[in-house]
Design a protein around this ligand. Structure first.
Ligand SMILES: Nc1ncnc2c1ncn2[C@@H]1O[C@H](COP(=O)(O)OP(=O)(O)OP(=O)(O)O)[C@@H](O)[C@H]1O
Ligand SMILES: [Mg+2]
Length: 239
């Protein structure tokens, strides 16, 4: 079942189009990685799906329904969650408080209890200030905040960018668990090889266009993808 379909999506911030006719679909329960060069429009695509891009045309279909005209708060209510790269928790609030202040959650206390079971490291530190958490714990809190609203689709923009290299593998393993929570994942990542390794499918965006799209394993094995977009044949461990 197709959860999200992006059709002929174009647009940008000012007069220049950054996205130039993007076509992409996500099946429910899958992880799709969007990779590509700096400035290709990956974050812009994520923003366009969330409803944060000022000027867009084309279609964004959620369960077959066009949401392009819907504002961001409506898209959140329809089940889309977004985790930005930085500043995704309140450092001066405790772990529990960070979850309590997510707006508009029915039965928030029960949901917090569920998420503490999903992320035991957070349960152990529930009264700690978010600013005192390790990078990995802080990312779990950012994920938990996004999960409070029970999204069906989660958009992750560079989830590992702010993490110490030693925490990256663990972070990708955590992302791999999201479909088991009923969450479909659209992930933008610079660490394309590692991201594809935990993804079902991958997409290479170049100059606002889909340059390659296919099963993650096929992209990882593709010589052209390796030469042009994935950093040769080397295993990439940094941006
Ligand atoms: N808020 C903005 N206002 C105007 N132009 C922007 C804005 N954000 C991004 N751009 C421009 O849009 C283009 C695509 O940027 P985008 O952030 O989507 O790229 P990206 O693929 O995510 O790159 P990176 O890998 O560096 O994160 C760039 O030319 C960038 O300068
Ligand atoms: Mg980006």
């Amino acid at each position: 079942m197709t959860l999200l379909a992006v059709e002929a999506l174009s647009g940008g911030y000012g007069e220049t189009d950054i996205l130039n006719g993007v076509d992409l679909a996500l099946e429910a329960g899958e992880i799709l990685t969007v990779a590509g060069p700096n400035g290709a429009g990956k974050s812009t695509l994520a923003k366009a799906v969330m409803g944060l891009l000022p000027r867009v045309r084309g279609r964004v279909l959620l369960d077959g329904r066009d949401i392009l005209a819907e504002p961001v708060e409506r898209r959140i209510a329809l089940g889309i969650g977004y985790v930005p790269q930085v500043a995704n928790v309140f450092p001066s609030l405790s772990v529990t408080e960070n979850l309590q202040v997510v707006a508009g959650i029915r039965d928030g206390r029960a949901r917090i209890a569920e998420l503490m079971a999903v992320f035991p490291a957070l349960a152990a530190r529930r009264r700690a200030r978010a600013g005192s958490l390790s990078g990995g714990e802080r990312q779990q809190l950012a994920f938990a905040r996004a999960l409070m609203a029970r999204p069906r689709l989660m958009i992750l923009d560079e989830p590992t960018a702010a993490l110490a290299p030693a925490l990256v593998a663990e972070s990708f393993a955590r992302i791999r668990q999201l479909p088991a929570l009923g969450v479909t994942v659209l992930m933008v990542e610079q660490r394309a090889r590692q991201a594809l390794a935990v993804s079902d499918r991958g997409c290479i965006l170049d100059a606002g266009r889909v340059a390659m799209l296919g099963p993650a394993a096929a992209l990882l094995a593709d010589e052209r993808a390796a030469a042009l977009y994935l950093g040769g044949g080397m295993v990439q461990d940094g941006p």
